[in-house]
Write a protein that binds this ligand. Structure first.
Ligand SMILES: *[C@@H]1O[C@H](CO)[C@@H](O)[C@H](O)[C@H]1NC(C)=O
Ligand SMILES: *[C@@H]1O[C@H](CO)[C@@H](O)[C@H](O)[C@H]1NC(C)=O
Ligand SMILES: *[C@@H]1O[C@H](CO)[C@@H](O)[C@H](O)[C@H]1NC(C)=O
Ligand SMILES: *[C@@H]1O[C@H](CO)[C@@H](O)[C@H](O)[C@H]1NC(C)=O
Ligand SMILES: *[C@@H]1O[C@H](CO)[C@@H](O)[C@H](O)[C@H]1NC(C)=O
Length: 389
């Protein structure tokens, strides 16, 4: 364009004779008839972006055309270039519809494809550009399964396909994706187990796969350098590998985990009852981590939690029950006492009767009532005897 404009200018500066004028016109006609050969942008990239634009339904996008054009010169919206190669297409949240088409693999140098939060439907094409490093299609309406050709994207560092309608099993495509750092498949309809090749994701620090129906165990993840792992609301079963509890941000609610440790708390549960009376409420609150260690130091944290929870609930149950029993006995005694009092009327013996009780147990007076209740079966026995007589 610039060249042509410059030519026109030079033509005007020195008005030529008719013959040369016609020659120049002819030349200009020839030039305009061969736009492709003159575009600065690499022609395969132009072909690819024309195809994408057509597949998206040719929405109103400044600069974009369905045939030809020069994206790297004409500043097409959202297009980034390195010299004459398209390296980035970034069009997020602008209500794009349509589909992705089948020319993505014709991009020769694209590094970033970011089309998040639009309404793009259809499937993720099988033919993907192997130069991709950042691949973002989250928040669209993509359906179908994840293409097995994801395995060819060996330069990927970040990929998010979250919040679409993707279904089917996660394909076993990760063997060569050793540079992948952030992966997000969350909020789709993915099923089946995590494929074995996920164990090759040696750079993976963030994995978000929450809100799917993924099943099986998490074992394949246990040696990855994860910092952020979200597997909430899936169908994972346990036990959770111990190493995963070292992941700083590990969110795992909403899974039907079943642990092989589950049976052990049941036999362990009766154990706490004998040691109840000495210091009922204090052991769990002060040192919650110690009691599980006694049971099995090498069990996963979830197991510890389960055991601890069972014990704690046991303590509370026993405490509540004994408190109720004590209260009932006290009420019984009071009513008995009133009966007796009403029968014996005037006698000061009732006062005398109370005094031995105080002398016999001076410490209890100083302790708050709650402890008095908790402290004892022995007291209730004493009380009931006193009541009885
Ligand atoms: C686009 O890529 C396909 C294969 O993916 C190839 O067959 C075709 O020749 C390419 N077209 C151009 C114009 O490069
Ligand atoms: C543009 O792409 C071609 C073909 O892939 C490649 O040979 C060339 O190095 C690229 N140039 C730049 C500046 O990326
Ligand atoms: C997942 O599939 C179920 C039933 O097949 C469907 O009701 C639900 O809307 C789907 N979820 C998504 C996010 O597509
Ligand atoms: C627990 O999960 C395993 C798979 O890890 C499964 O085979 C087993 O049936 C499950 N047990 C229960 C009680 O759900
Ligand atoms: C703890 O559990 C592991 C298996 O989870 C077992 O190998 C080990 O012997 C157990 N240790 C104790 C003290 O029970």
């Amino acid at each position: 364009m610039d060249a042509r404009a410059a030519m026109r200018r030079s033509v005007r500066v020195a008005p030529p004779p008719l013959a040369s004028r016609a020659a120049v016109l002819l030349l200009l006609l020839l030039l305009s008839a061969l736009p492709l050969s003159l575009t600065y942008t690499y022609e395969q990239d132009v072909f690819a972006i024309n195809g994408l634009y057509t597949a998206l339904g040719s929405p109103s996008l400044p600069g974009w055309v369905t045939n030809g054009g020069d994206p790297c010169v004409e500043n097409w919206q959202g297009v980034g270039c390195a010299a004459s190669n398209i390296t980035a297409i970034t069009l997020s949240g602008i209500s794009l519809g349509g589909q992705l088409g089948n020319t993505l693999a014709n991009f020769t140098s694209i590094i970033t494809l970011e089309l998040s939060n639009n309404n793009i439907g259809g499937t993720i094409p099988d033919n993907l550009p192997v130069t991709l490093q950042r691949f973002f299609l989250s928040g669209n309406q993509l359906s179908g399964s994840l293409p097995s050709t994801l395995s060819t994207l060996t330069l990927l560092t970040d990929m998010s396909l979250s919040s679409n309608r993707l279904s089917g099993d996660i394909p076993d495509v990760f063997s060569a994706l050793t540079g992948l750092i952030n992966l997000d498949f969350s909020s789709n309809n993915l099923t089946g187990p995590l494929p074995p090749s996920m164990g090759n994701l040696k750079a993976l620090t963030t994995l978000h796969i929450q809100d799917n129906q993924i099943s099986g165990t998490l074992n394949v993840l246990q040696d990855l350098p994860l910092k952020d792992l979200n597997i909430q609301n899936n169908l994972f079963s346990g036990p959770v590998p111990t190493k995963l509890f070292n992941v700083p941000n590990f969110q795992r609610d909403g899974n039907p985990f079943n642990t092989s440790i589950a049976p052990s708390p049941l036999p362990a549960a009766p154990a706490p009852s004998p040691s109840l009376s000495p210091s009922t409420g204090h052991v769990p609150s002060k040192e919650p981590t110690k009691s599980p260690d006694v049971t099995n130091g090498s069990s996963p944290a979830s197991g510890k939690h389960t055991i601890w929870t069972v014990k704690f609930v046991g303590y509370i149950l026993v405490g509540v029950v004994s408190a109720v029993v004590i209260v009932l006995m006290v009420m019984f005694c009071v009513s008995k006492h009133k009966e007796r009092k009403s029968k014996k009327d005037v006698h000061p013996k009732s006062k005398i009767g109370r005094e031995p009780q105080r002398l016999g147990e001076p410490k209890i007076k100083e302790v708050p009532e709650i402890k008095e209740h908790l402290v004892k079966p022995t007291n209730t026995v004493g009380n009931s005897f006193k009541c009885g007589f």
